[in-house]
Design a protein around this ligand. Sequence first.
Ligand code: DLL
Length: 431
Amino acid sequence: MKYYQQEMECASRDALRAIQSERLVRTVRHVYQNVAYYRDLMDKKGVGPDDIRSVDDLPKLPFLTKDDLRDAYPYGLLAVPLHDCVRIQSTSGTTGRRVVAFYTQEDIDLWDECCARAITAAGGTKDDVVHVSYGYGLFTGGPGLNGGSHKVGSLTLPMSSGNTDRQIQFMCDLGSTILCCTPSYAAYLAETIAAQGRRNEIKLKAGIFGAEAWSEEMRRDIEAKLGIRAYDIYGLTEISGPGVSFECEEQTGMHVNEDHFLAEVIDPDTGEILPEGAKGELVFSCISKTAFPLLRYRTRDICVLSRKACSCGRTLIKMSKPMGRSDDMLIIRGVNVFPSQIETVLLGAGFPANYQIIVDRVNYTDTFEVQVEMTPEMFSDTVKQISTREEELLASLRAMLGISPKVTLVAPRTIARSEGKAVRVIDKRKI
Ligand code: DLL
């Protein structure tokens, strides 16, 4: 491996397990002593801190869900006195009450370390100019990558999201080499750079994109348009933020920082722990944090874990790209539909990743429309050619999904662009 890295990233399985066990035991004692909510949950399950002696005992602990976080809002899961905390971050709260996460200075240092690992895995060093276009503020994206970039010692541009012309100007003037933002904003930046004819003025070599689902096709599209390698990064506010896992040069899944976060995959219906390689809901336990160390937190993200040896030399377990959230899944006319399946078909057929899925219910029947932007070249085709494209796309979508949406091709740049997480689905049944 070429770059700065922490010893733990390449530790032997035994060394890692020893550290994990020690940290888990300590964290369980800490929450049992300091968090009444946990104590109640553990007591109800008949498990005490002395029952947890190593990582093998993890399954004895109760699960924690987003509902628990809502019930305990805002201070109910805080495990240290408030005066020991130096920061809060929060989720957008689009699906109910906001989740507020607390951090001590040590928790922030640990988070920075995780993001530093992600930046170095993407080839970042002290000589890089890291352009952070994730939102700053309550959202964890900006602060997380900002802290990681400082830790690596790179020059950090705290751009935040929005003001796309200024982003591109700074990128050209200051020679940004690593771009950090959501994949949908990266696609929009790429589109705008091309429209402004400034592709030759940018010096980007890598991108660290996450916070939302994106397909392999979208990766290839962004890589080609910006002339970079695009790396995935995953995380969630409840567990710390970005950097829970990150991609290395192999680009075949994200290494989980499992010296800090234990990963399990469970059957979302039964809670049964699934073997490595099986698809299920991702569950994390924080074993090094002090202010807000959630244990066995059910993320609702669906993915697969793998311990297959990685050519980069890291021994940390890998998670696949999340294949959608269990709560992202649409049920349309009784069929399960993930927006990521639609994106795969669209990009595979040469369409840009600008689309919207509109679901409604008329006379007790679900209606399902996919609006897709055409590229400028497609838009200049004849009406007959456009309707042939529509028919071909419909056939591919039907083959992938098992049901037929109405496909509407729309003019370039008519679907609203996103500076943060893209809004792909409008489900009018819920309005
Ligand atoms: O999105 C943290 C983050 C910021 C991750 C910047 C990566 C980069 P939340 O707003 O709490 O936190 O949303 C967490 O976003 O449970 C996933 O469903 C989704 N998500 C995050 N990263 C990815 C990814 C941040 N790489 C929720 N691929 C998670 C797919 C992702 N989904």
